[in-house]
Write a protein that binds this ligand. Structure first.
Ligand code: 3PG
Length: 305
């Protein structure tokens, strides 16, 4: 039984060591492909793999076709929009994620980026504080909940809207529930995106939606770049010199956004989950889920039909 860790963006070494130990103890074979630069390296590596642990690595129909012995793919993380679920189902491959395991890391980055932003990217000029500001969370899953917890420590007023989470659940976490997404953008000084990239959410954060924000609004995206209508947001930022866009997922139109000096920031690589702790939590969970699936047939975290 061969388990391949295929991560273009590598885990911390301590996490890789922990994954290897779990695979070794199960009596399985461990293989590692990190920092690959071409798809053909992935296609070669998956050829004899029975299980694969990935991050944002693309597992499409071509990769699945090349992985003739594959039984399971575990996305060590939350979002699985990088895996072709239908192709996996057709190939008889189980796909899982590891929900919640890297949520705190992403949430800490959100607050870190917000301090950086309201202090003018640490340029030395007088900035502002987060205390008392209204923070809106678009979606109240594992990351949203962690952002709320930390933001309350900053003394922020936290609001949330989640199409799939009832207002009562949001309120019971000590967060103000708003009626809909428009209300969230109208009410809050800062909106932080925590929605997955789905057919419904892609391009949904557009000119009209963000245009409802108050003067000086900040949009922060540590979710997926696909949820942003980049052309619409660029048009809006050109019209509204008060708006800021902050992200750890570099937009396709990064060069155009970069023209809004002092109002736009992107990390060079997606880094919300890039901590040793998150890598360990998600990576070890992925390895354990694979062992439990192969040995006991446990499909608890399965995300495809
Ligand atoms: C996730 O969906 O878990 C996060 O976006 C983290 O992605 P990464 O593993 O590529 O850092």
């Amino acid at each position: 039984m061969k388990v391949l860790v295929a991560t273009e963006k590598p885990f911390a070494k301590s996490a890789v060591d922990g994954i290897k130990q779990i695979i070794d103890e199960a009596g399985f074979e461990f293989a590692l492909l990190e920092k690959y630069t071409e798809k053909k390296q992935l296609l070669n590596a998956v050829a004899d793999a029975n299980a694969i642990i990935i991050r944002s690595d693309i597992i499409d129909a071509e990769v699945l076709a090349a992985a003739k012995n594959l039984k399971i793919v575990v996305r060590a993380g939350a979002g699985y929009d990088n895996v072709d679920l239908d192709a996996a189902t057709k190939a008889g491959v189980c796909v899982m994620n590891t929900p919640g395991q890297n949520a705190n890391a992403v949430a800490e980055l959100v607050l870190g980026l917000l301090v950086f932003t309201v202090r003018n990217f640490y340029n030395g000029k007088s900035g502002s504080e987060l205390m008392g500001k209204k923070l809106g969370l678009l979606a109240f899953g594992n990351v949203g909940r962690n952002v709320a917890r930390i933001a309350k420590g900053f003394g922020m007023e936290v609001y949330a809207y989640d199409a799939f989470c009832p207002a009562t659940a949001i309120e019971s976490a000590g967060v103000k529930a708003v009626a809909n997404q428009n209300e969230l953008f109208k009410t809050c000084d800062i909106v932080s995106l925590h929605i997955p990239a789905t057919a419904e959410t892609k391009n949904s954060i557009n000119y009209e939606m963000v245009g409802q924000m108050k003067k000086g609004g900040i949009l922060i995206n540590t979710a997926r770049k696909e949820v942003i209508d980049e052309a619409g947001l660029l048009k809006l930022m050109a019209e509204r010199e008060d708006l800021k866009y902050i992200t750890d997922i570099m937009p396709a139109a990064n060069d155009d956004f970069a023209k809004f000096e002092g109002r736009y920031f992107s990390t060079p690589k997606k880094m919300g989950a890039q901590t040793a702790e998150a890598n360990t939590n998600a990576g070890l969970a992925a390895a354990r889920q694979i062992v439990d699936f192969i040995k006991n047939g446990n499909e608890k975290f399965r995300v495809n039909k």
